[in-house]
Design a binder for this molecule. Sequence first.
Ligand code: ATP
Length: 748
Amino acid sequence: MSRHGSSNRLSPKTRQSLANENKHGSSWNQISLVASRAPLNSIPDPSQYQWETPPQQFQHDFREKPESSKSSISRKTEGIAELQRVSSVLKTSKVHCRGKSSSSEPSSVQSTPIRSGHRVSDVSGFTLTRLPSQFVNGRGRGGVFPKVPGGVSIAFPQQLSADVPHFELDDDPSFWNDHNVQVLIRIRPLNSAEIISEGYGRCLRQESAQTVVWLGHPETRFTFDHIACESVSQENLFRVAGLPMVDNCMSGYNSCMFAYGQTGSGKTYTMMGEIDKMDGKLSDDCGITPRIFEYLFTRIMKEEESRKHERLTYSCKCSFLEIYNEHITDLLEPSSTNLQLREDLKKGVYVENLTECSVMTVNDVLKLLQQGAANRKIAATHMNSESSRSHSVFTCVIESRWEKDSISHLRFGRLNLVDLAGSERQKSSGAEGDRLKEAANINKSLSTLGLVIMSLVELAQGKHRHVPYRDSRLTFLLQDSLGGNSKTAIIANVSPSIWSANETLSTLKFAQRAKLIQNNAKINEDASASVIALQQQIQQLKDQLSFLMKHQPTSMELNFFPRAEHSRLCYFSKNYEPSEDINMYDEHETPKGAIVKTLRGALRREKLAETEVRRLKAEIEYLNCLAHQREEEVQHTKMTLRLREERIKSLAALSEGLISADQFFLDENNALREENLLLQAKLERNPEVTRYALENIRLLEQIRLFQDFYGQGERETLLADISELRNQEPDVAKELEQCKDMNSKLFR
Ligand SMILES: Nc1ncnc2c1ncn2[C@@H]1O[C@H](COP(=O)(O)OP(=O)(O)OP(=O)(O)O)[C@@H](O)[C@H]1O
């Protein structure tokens, strides 16, 4: 099923009415909770625990919710009567919530007995321990025991309020200077289905713009780089998460942002939102992607203007693809299906035959986004009436070229904006037939993503791990963004509703793990551009040299040195013009004296020319050496890559039991030794060192010339010449007067 038209999932109007709905609740639950701060691997998985009796102060009254496979959406369609019944129950529960000892409140509902200690697995792999019967559905002793979509009821101390505090997100521009991975949580507002089903029961309590507490058992506190609360605007989110991505990319870093979360948690709203313009402006509901491009093109314009002298130009090319049931489709050319992933030393992982469109304005990008969104596979599930059934990747390659010090520079950054399909449980999403197959593929690729992240975290902790990038198209494509050459922001979207408590916890744990990934982002600058520039420079110098050889010393003009600014030497040669010497003296001196002076000048110039020739030869030699080193460096990098690929293969072979551990360590040892040699060679021949050596030699040569200038009495000669000229001045003035007289006589 394809979506036609805009990707706006909820009209602003509907959202507003939802927001209004939110206003009907009671004030904050005043219960003070003891926060637990635990390292990631010690955060217990709630599913590993037997649900305990909630502490007395967390226990509320409840209503009976018969075990039923009916989803809340279908309940929603049963109409207002149900809604009224729910709100009357909510009122009751709010009253009891305020009471200190809710256990003494009378309960009017019956519990459904469930065997204690019986473990059941849910779709996401968690094992939930069923509650002792007296707690299931909150019967008897009180406590809010909402029914989670997996069909298992859990005891839950929850937030029962329509209002939640607002925390503005503060941007931190310095973050990306020393970090390569940022994790941000976005909590979306409760939706009407959740309110109908669970009222304002929330499983989260946000404490600051960095801390949130999951209110289940055991209560768990999470800290992230940023936590966007329910009321954070799309604009605020963009300023904090999107804007730095553009800056990173323009500086030549690969950048990636992806939205992760259960189905219906707000990924598409976050990444795309409303992609139409209203009155020439992006709407308030517009997501991060269009905002990124609006900012990108504004920055490009400013930069090109301010660096005109360097002839800076940017070019942007976009592509848009989806991965649906492990097949890649071009969203800009939907007839191109089942595209293949390829790997290339220079390009990295890329999709073969994917359409790439040049874009120059935000409108160009909006058109592509709309076109792609219309082609993306979506379907109605019980959790989301417009659920994305595929992962989508919108990519923009931003290239910049400029010239500085006669060297042309090329930088490029790849920006990947990924909207993942949501994880889902079959029961809650109501998936059947095609939907079920899609869901299985979605869950499979997301669990590979989870495994990749887990392996990367272990790698970062110094353990040897095979990272299963190739186990899904998604992780293979995003290889660079995960643990590779990229600055990556992960937005984990969650629902605050108690209805989604388990999914929210699992998303928070995923995000917590992702925080520990270590990427290795580098500026992408094309070395070949500098090699070409160096080769051109060498050719220029060679031309100068041969010209100099042919014409010296008589044509020792300034224009021999197009790069005169590099050499003060040229300044001196310019000031010793031979013709001036000759004209100055031949009228006033004996022929012998004039010849001696001319000869002296010629010898001086010849000496200077020789020095210049020597300097140029040395420069050519060094530039040749530099170009050679660049080429060697490229070769080294290629070899290092090859070695690493071999190591990955041997790791894979080890994990599949194809080779013994001894053999693996032997191979690993050899590979590391080889890599070490390569790195040592690279260090010794660092082009920067050569460049400094060259500069050093140039400066020494200049110093020597200055010293010669003084040492060989050139200064005195110059001073003598100047004073001689001064002496001649009255004679010349006299001669001029005589000429003027003669002229006037002649005219008369
Ligand atoms: N922060 C938010 N504010 C207001 N509405 C939101 C917010 N987040 C999501 N929504 C609304 O919730 C609904 C579901 O969101 P969305 O489609 O973005 O979820 P999703 O995570 O992409 O789901 P799926 O994985 O099924 O595609 C949409 O109608 C969307 O407009």
